[in-house]
Design a protein around this ligand. Structure first.
Ligand code: AGP
Length: 608
């Protein structure tokens, strides 16, 4: 949700910032711009993806060793050249880029207008530049402190001024921002991919902190001006991970990385025949035994992972679980007890709704475990403990490998809790671990056999509607398959529990309606799903099934079957989702859609 990059050092800044912005384009891509400081501030910006704006404005051509840049996902103000960032004050000397939302911008704008400030855009961001100008009496840092104390909402900011051309200022509240430390140079960025080619030393700026970065130093302050110690960490990422490595799209690369991602996520967490999460979860056995209920909070694909987790935890650890949309959770005064446990799931670790849900639960005295793919992200830091998914950076806006890695973590937590709570004995845990260890191999088999999926895409890419059905643990996979299709191909797709179809959606079925059914054999409702398939067929609908290898019964009832290897029912979602990811991918490709940067979406949704 908007990406920001900044550079200060001895090199020409604009090309470095431009390169960083390209790596952050997954965060927003409706407009972009760069401001550089040389003999004054020069700004170049415009509407469109970076590649398009670059052609018109030659963004990298601006001189100067200090620059900030922005790629936008519009919130306040339409997608216009004027609303593209960077924004400046009346004098044109102070220039800022912003990610977040300033909630009290209207009253601030009125006040500043009455004091004579002239605004050029409709954004909430521009008021910050004017507010800093208003407080600036010759010390920009002081003015930033004053301005930020007036601001309500979320911000990650990069600020430069032609009056202080040897300083890059950064500030953060809720929205993510990292500072990169190089040899004689400094960087700011919304996310690691923007700077990992230049440095692996980063500092995660904390909430309500201002950083003053020169080419040789970083100073960090709270809004009262008290100096804080910067904590520098080493990023373990390999820069190659954020390249496409021969794939046409990040999404396809990430789908294919799933066997590796789940192996990495399992690694180190199984000791002998036991799952050991004690160091990560940091709960004593006594505390785990006392858990009265679990509430999973998440959004989008991570929410779907939560629904699978609910099934796993209730089935194998016998703990009552509820799964909540994080965006709804905090507005309904949830009933939580002192032994309720919250599990927050988020790939990015920055989703504002999930962060807000965590804060709500914390205020009610609950303990929070998060499942995140980004170490030191806001959600990871807000939580009492974190179990990381080791999926590696996920760049494609449509989440794939993060999802399957989340399922693996939920399964590991389930086995860990189930054993400690006395529900699972050693033998069962051993068998369940054996099932888990087979998954990467099975998944590779699914990924090697994509011809059928490409054929289905070829046949149905022109459809305008589709239905995805599943029951039990496969219902969230139907939801996820439908979400993937809508996100990247813009085909209307609905996920439904198969048995619910007859209560309404069946009215939609006709000969033009493809119905994707997830139905692996090993479950008590399998026969009932077969009846649902008959109901669709009786109305002329087209049946595409994801089924277990060797299932001839379902083949006789389907127009097309995609087979997955047989695994335990509880792990079948990890395999069943892969053909649906690929189906969405190939359909979107046939429709000429921008798979990695679907319209209106952004990778990390840092606004509520
Ligand atoms: C997934 O394909 C989506 N782009 C989206 O639903 C995403 O899962 C959601 O915004 C939550 O993101 P998070 O996992 O980073 O919190």
């Amino acid at each position: 949700m908007c990406g920001i990059v900044g550079y200060i050092g001895n090199k020409k800044a604009a090309p470095i910032v431009l390169d960083g912005l390209k790596k952050l384009e997954y965060r927003g891509y409706d407009s972009c711009g760069i401001a550089s400081c040389c003999t004054g501030i020069q700004i170049k910006k415009g509407v469109g993806k970076i590649e398009e704006v670059e052609k018109i404005h030659t963004l990298a051509d601006i001189e100067g060793n200090l620059a900030i840049g922005h790629t936008r996902w519009a919130t306040h103000g339409g997608v216009t050249d004027e609303n593209a960032h960077p924004h400046s004050d009346c004098s044109g000397k102070i220039c800022i880029v912003h990610n977040g939302i300033i909630e009290n911008y209207e009253s601030l704008k009125q006040d500043l207008t009455s004091k004579g400030h002239k605004f050029k855009s409709d954004t909430d961001t521009e008021i910050i530049a004017h507010l800093i100008e208003e407080y600036n009496k010759g010390d920009l840092k002081e003015a930033i402190f004053q301005a930020l104390k007036k601001v309500e909402g979320a911000y990650a900011l990069g600020i430069i001024s032609s009056d202080e051309p040897d300083k890059l200022f950064a500030a953060r509240k809720e929205s993510p921002l990292i500072i990169g430390v190089g040899e004689g140079e400094g960087f700011i960025a919304s996310d690691v991919p923007a700077i990992v080619n230049h440095t692996k030393k980063v500092m995660y700026l904390q909430n309500e902190r201002v950083a003053v970065i020169t080419k040789d130093d970083i100073e960090v302050f709270d809004l009262e001006g008290n100096k804080k110690k910067p904590i520098i960490r080493e990023i373990l990422w390999d820069a190659a991970l954020i390249e496409k490595q021969g794939y046409d799209h990040f999404m396809l690369k990430e789908i294919n990385e799933q066997p590796k991602a789940i192996e990495e996520t399992i690694n180190g967490r199984i000791k002998g025949d036991k799952v050991d999460l004690s160091e990560e979860i940091k709960l004593t056995d006594e505390e785990i035994k006392k858990i009265s209920n679990i509430v999973i909070v998440a959004c989008g694909t991570s929410w779907h992972a939560g629904l699978v987790g609910e099934f796993m935890l209730e089935e194998l650890a016998r703990v009552p679980v509820e799964v909540e949309y994080a965006s709804e959770f905090r507005y309904r005064n949830p009933v939580l007890g002192k032994n309720s446990l919250i599990i927050a799931i988020s790939q990015s670790g920055e989703t504002a709704d999930t962060l807000a849900a965590i804060k709500e639960a914390k205020a009610k005295g609950c303990r929070i475990i998060s499942i995140c793919n980004v170490m030191a992200s806001s959600i990871a830091r807000e939580s009492d403990s974190v179990v990381l998914t080791h999926a590696g950076p996920e760049i494609g806006v449509a989440s794939t490998k993060a999802f399957t890695s989340q399922l693996i973590v939920l399964y590991l937590i389930t086995l860990y809790f189930g054993k400690i709570r006395g529900i699972l004995d050693d033998f069962i845990v051993k068998c369940r671990i054996r099932d888990l260890r087979q998954l990467p191999l099975f998944m590779r088999a699914v990924l090697e056999d994509t011809e059928k999926i490409k054929d289905i895409a070829e046949t149905y890419y022109n459809t305008s509607n589709s239905l995805y059905l599943g029951r039990g643990i496969e219902y969230p996979i139907a939801l996820e398959g439908a979400l993937k299709l809508k996100e990247i191909s813009y085909i209307h797709a609905e996920g439904y529990p198969a048995a619910e179809m007859k209560h309404g959606p069946i009215a939609l079925i006709d000969k033009n309606m493809p119905v994707v059914v997830v139905a692996t054999q090993d479950n008590i409702t399998y026969n009932k799903v077969l009846s649902n398939i008959e109901e669709v067929k009786a109305r002329g609908g087209i049946i595409i099934t994801v089924a277990t290898k060797g299932d001839k019964v379902i083949a006789s009832k389907s127009d097309t079957v995609i087979y997955i290897p047989k695994t335990s029912y509880i792990l079948s979602p990890v395999l069943a989702v892969v053909p649906l990811q690929l189906l969405a991918y190939y359909i979107a490709l046939k429709r000429g859609c921008n798979v990695d940067k679907p319209r209106n979406l952004a990778k990390s949704v840092t606004v509520e």
